[in-house]
Design a protein around this ligand. Structure first.
Ligand code: PMT
Length: 324
């Protein structure tokens, strides 16, 4: 029996998932995270006078790490700057969604795209009377970032939850999904995070820093169970689910995306190739392959704007169909 969701495990995959969660180190402040989620979802699903409840999307962003030691000094990382997730979050909020932004600490944040790399040190200066002010070239960007970010947080439309390891990521994702279950078709998962496929189980992990004096390192990594199946089957079965497929070999990309669509029963798979991911993506659905491109005539355009527009349209149709 899975103690977290009360369901009986039948297949080997269920057993793998159960074993992953059972052996994971306990999530810090799990009760606090669940409370924040509950309040955020309740707030957004209680319509203001005559309004309708807000749709809620969980956007995952950035790469997960795999610790090699319990008192972690070394880890394996996954590539992702978090740009896709952060930018998509802005467009979802603009389209009227409430966003749960599950992000890797230190990666790109919504509303900060036009700021320099070290905004605190580069955007501000100390004047003679010791007040802090924004340096001229950055005034507009800082104003926009601060006001849009504050509006999203103060309006209750953006909840940010950080993770670092694969353990934290999957435990928080499960809590989010189970909190969103009752939203039915109004819930969306947009899984742009780059998730580790292999990990070292907590119980077989060295406690202390691995010593190099013992010679070459042999280490067995176990496969991380694909959580897309559990998400779709048990955690939030009515949610509209979009997963991503990243490849470096364009020849296998669409085939792999189609396989993922069928195997995990996703509504859409966004296929992207590493080197062109900021220019174009292909959205694979049950019967289409839709190429979505950045508007190359505009210097500051991005591929996320048309992508989110397409997703919002498809989600609206899904909500309508589910209501019939
Ligand atoms: O962050 P950027 O620099 O802007 O780059 C964006 C991106 C390239 C990271 C993004 O667009 C992207 O493609 N993200 C998914 C990358 C990835 O991990 O692909 P995958 O083939 O390993 O996984 C496919 C899907 O399965 C993902 O949606 C993932 O959430 C899910 N997964 C993966 C492993 C696992 N054990 N369980 C999962 O559910």
């Amino acid at each position: 029996m899975d103690s977290r969701n009360g369901s009986v495990s039948e297949t080997p995959l269920d057993a793998e998932i159960e074993s992953f969660f059972d052996s994971a180190p306990p999530l810090k402040d799990s009760a606090g995270i669940i409370k924040k989620l509950k309040e955020f979802i309740e707030y957004n699903s209680t319509p203001p006078r005559k309004g309708s409840p807000r749709r809620v999307v969980c956007v995952t962003s950035g790469g997960t790490t795999v610790p090699l030691e319990q008192r972690c000094v070394r880890y394996i990382d996954n590539f992702s700057s978090g740009h896709r997730g952060a930018t998509s979050t802005e467009y979802f909020i603009k389209a009227g969604y409430a966003v749960i932004f599950l992000y890797r600490r230190g990666t790109f944040q919504p509303y900060c795209q036009s700021l320099p790399e070290d905004p605190l040190l580069e955007c501000f200066e100390c004047s003679e009377d010791s007040t802090i002010q924004v340096r001229q070239p950055h005034t507009e960007a800082v104003k926009r970032a601060v006001s849009d970010h504050h509006a999203a947080i103060a309006g209750g439309h953006l909840l940010k939850l950080p993770f670092t390891t694969i353990f934290e990521y999957l435990q928080i994702l499960q809590s989010i999904a189970m909190s969103m279950k009752d939203l039915g078709s109004l819930a969306v998962f947009y899984l742009a995070a780059a998730v580790s496929d292999f990990y070292v189980p907590w119980k077989s992990m060295a406690e202390h820093k691995i010593q190099s004096a013992s010679g070459p390192l042999d280490m067995r990594l176990v496969q991380v169970p694909k959580m897309l199946s559990a998400l779709k089957k048990e955690w939030a079965p009515m949610a509209f689910c979009i997963s991503f497929k990243l490849e470096t070999d364009s020849k296998i990309l669409l085939e792999k995306a189609e396989m993922a669509l069928k195997k995990y029963r996703m509504h859409m798979v966004v296929a992207n190739e590493l080197s062109t991911r900021k220019e174009e993506v292909t959205v694979v659905t049950g019967n289409e392959k839709i190429l979505v491109c950045r508007d190359k005539t505009q210097a500051d355009s991005d591929v996320e704007e048309p992508l989110i527009e397409l997703i919002v349209g498809r989600h609206s149709a899904y909500v309508k169909d589910s209501d019939l």
